[in-house]
Design a protein around this ligand. Sequence first.
Ligand SMILES: Nc1ncnc2c1ncn2[C@@H]1O[C@H](COP(=O)(O)OP(=O)(O)O)[C@@H](O)[C@H]1O
Ligand SMILES: N[C@@H](CCOP(=O)(O)O)C(=O)O
Length: 321
Amino acid sequence: MAVYTLVDDEELIAFLATYDLGPLLSCKGIAEGVENSNYYLHTGAGSFILTLYEKRVAEADLPFFLNLMEHLAARGVTCPLPVKNCAGLALGRLAGRPAVIVTFLDGYSIHHPEIAHCAALGANLAQLHLAGADFAQRRRNALSVEGWRPLFSTCASRAEEVATGLRALVDAELDHLERNWPRDLPSGVIHADLFPDNVFFLGERISGLIDFYFACTDAYAYDLAICLNAWCFDAEHRYQPDKGAALLDAYRRIRPLSSAEIEAFPTLARGAALRFLLTRYVDWLNVPPGALVRPKDPREYLAKLRFHQSAADARVYGVGA
Ligand SMILES: Nc1ncnc2c1ncn2[C@@H]1O[C@H](COP(=O)(O)OP(=O)(O)O)[C@@H](O)[C@H]1O
Ligand SMILES: N[C@@H](CCOP(=O)(O)O)C(=O)O
């Protein structure tokens, strides 16, 4: 469960009084998520999500995320909308943290995506990229290649506690990716964390996308590589070529990939695997005392990284000549 910050009833009632949402009916901590504290909020006006932003979300970035959700929603992407308080502000403060109320989306996340889910995701990801293309704000991806070595160095000495040989493997991978990371690929707003738990379905149709708090300006194909890692492996972390092909084909039907994007894809897939290996590794070793959270296993992404390291070229993923 991800609740790092507990909210006192009186404080919550006072916070809610600054909105036109009627009285508080209930507020419950949410059992999913790892980054922020989230609560289901029921008020006289209906169902909402209350989010208190934690360590990885810089307060200065919140206007980017909130404006982005409004921008995408206005272009047909179903995503949460920030609710404004009586002063017209979406961003408030609660329990000492920046806090926002967003609209509640119907749907459920799929724990074991099938081919049809991967295809639906590919199409939605391409639509998201197109819908964000005219978003005027920019946000550097702090968790791209320049950020990985400093992140690892915060606890590199403990790598052997997680997996034998991990330190040497990550050091070598960082060397490789820093030398080979593609720089001039088509870029724009990417979600950067579109894992199955952040995509809601009703049947095989996507009903909404959530959790835009890693969104940033980066290569579109990198977002696709993140999705490939998160959606196209089985429970034993073996790559599923049919799911990968469904994801990539559906994406390319809406936003074709350039030859540079295809050529870079294996490197992007390696980088995406390393990025989630590293954040999971750091979180695994640093669970805050008293936090209600189940950290995610970094070794899942070690296995995925090893798979990508063995990929000779993009044909492994069903693209390229
Ligand atoms: N707008 C929303 N509508 C419905 N449920 C939501 C919404 N936002 C978040 N949730 C629920 O809260 C959980 C955690 O949200 P998420 O944004 O993934 O947290 P975190 O910021 O910690 O990653 C989600 O898995 C989902 O169950
Ligand atoms: N998707 C990341 C962790 C962040 O997940 P969130 O959806 O809870 O923000 C991972 O799986 O490592």
